[in-house]
Ligand binder design. Structure first.
Ligand code: CO
Length: 443
């Protein structure tokens, strides 16, 4: 889910190009090394260790196998319905892609103190990894099954129902969606709509062969939100647009690290994105980064933290720090590279520091209770209110927005006739390594 650049950020946006280009365009997603390791029915704790001598290992394995009854491997269904905790028992969720820090921070990989710190964090890491594996399994099913002719409503429901099944929380009883489930509403953003569109009740939109659709999915487990997005197009005419944005996001992921300055990181992203152009219906367009949309830190139960990652070079000197969780997301466009609020709102969230306001409207008071109990500060959409049985809530909702208690997130749209694409990963700046938690074989 995209963070909007603040007015201050827009002021300091500086178009000046970086004087040196760091890195190449080739660092596309490496497959998750752990996927194969964990795909079997027998999680083996020793798999990661460099190793006891072969004979000892063998003995141990044999011993381990004997008492086990022949077990039918548990595999995921289509559509996904098997609990991720059943596929990976005892918190053996696959790790994301682990990347060593560079230069001055390379020592972290082996440093005792940093390894100790890293071990202390195992609890929340397993929540993150469970959310990430849920994300991968559901999105890969979605990539296979989403086809032109489907309505956006059926696509969104298919994704969201799958996520809720895989984490084992349907979110229908009070407080259940706070344990695990949707981290934010599924964004299904077509063409010049870059972000924050999700179908509301009655939406009749049907996916077309010539659409470019950004699919932005959030999964959370115990408030640990994995925020990751990809773009689908069915016409190869858009291939370069998608390649530009994938490259830009992977560049951001690659250059991110402890002590990296956010304004500089934006420069690397910009450089990668602007090295592409795309011919659409006979016209060649330069690919522009959308500068009004940013990556962001992620806090527990809060999708937008305090730091933001620009898509262009700025003079923001803020540093990435140990322990930060970042959503690295970039948007590319054949249009202006700037978005405006446009269209009917679907996304909302309770503000983290909501003012204490005396609400006079009783429907607003009641709705605030419902939102707090069901979503806390997690973003939600109108469909999520519908499915828990809320009716005629629009007046109350707009009252909460006007009171500054709830924030609305209108769709963000580039100029008419333009096309936009997005890729996004969640990364953890662990004390020892950078973990690209949402990395998969797909992107
Ligand atoms: Co995001």
């Amino acid at each position: 889910m995209a963070a909007k650049a603040s007015v201050d950020e827009l002021k300091i946006l500086n178009v000046k190009k970086p004087d040196s280009v760091n890195g190449s365009a080739g660092a596309n997603g490496t497959a998750n090394d752990d996927a194969a390791e964990h795909s079997g029915e027998e999680p083996d704790d020793d798999a990661d260790e460099p190793g006891p001598e072969p004979s000892a290992a063998k003995k141990k394995k044999n011993k381990k196998r004997k008492p086990k009854k022949k077990k039918v491997p548990i595999v995921q269904t289509e559509p996904p319905s098997v609990l991720i905790s059943q596929l990976f028992p005892n918190n053996t969720y696959p790790k994301g892609e682990e990347v060593e820090y560079k230069d001055d921070n390379l020592y972290r990989t082996t440093n005792e103190e940093k390894r100790h710190l890293d071990n202390l964090n195992s609890g929340f890491l397993s929540d993150y990894r469970q959310a990430a594996e849920t994300h991968r399994q559901v999105r890969q099913w979605a990539q296979k099954h989403i086809k032109p002719g489907q309505t956006l409503t059926e696509i969104a429901n298919g994704i969201e129902d799958s996520i809720r099944r895989l984490v084992g929380h349907d979110g229908l009883s009070e407080g259940d969606a706070l344990i695990a489930g949707m981290g934010f509403p599924t964004g299904l953003n077509l063409d010049n709509i870059a972000a924050h569109y999700s179908p509301n009740a009655g939406c009749k939109k049907v996916l077309q062969q010539n659409n470019v659709m950004k699919v932005d999915i959030g999964v959370h487990v115990n408030g640990r939100i994995v925020d990751s997005a990809f773009t689908m197009a069915f016409d190869p005419m858009y291939d370069n647009l998608l390649a530009a944005v994938k490259d830009a996001t992977n560049t951001g992921v690659r250059e991110a690290g402890i002590d990296v300055r956010l304004g500089e990181l934006g420069g690397y992203i910009q450089e990668a994105m602007e090295s592409y152009e795309c011919e659409i219906n006979g016209t060649t367009y330069p690919i522009k980064p959308i500068r009004s949309l940013c990556g962001h830190t992620i806090l527990p139960y809060s999708i937008h933290g305090t730091k933001s990652v620009p898509a262009v070079k700025t003079n923001d000197m803020t540093k990435m720090e140990e322990g930060d969780m970042f959503a690295i997301e970039t948007f590319g466009s054949t249009g202006n590279g700037r978005c405006v609020d446009q269209g009917e709102v679907s996304h909302y969230a309770l503000r983290r520091n909501a003012p204490k306001v005396d609400l006079h409207l009783s429907s607003a008071k009641l709705l605030l209770g419902t939102i707090t109990q069901n979503f806390g500060t997690l973003p939600f959409c109108r469909r999520y209110l519908d499915r828990i049985g809320q009716e005629k809530y629009l007046l109350g909702l707009s009252n909460l927005v006007k009171s500054g208690i709830v924030e609305d997130y209108p769709p963000l749209v580039d100029k008419k006739g333009s096309y936009t694409a997005q890729f996004e990963h969640t990364i953890l700046l662990r004390p020892t390594v950078k973990e690209v938690i949402s990395r998969g074989e797909d992107y």
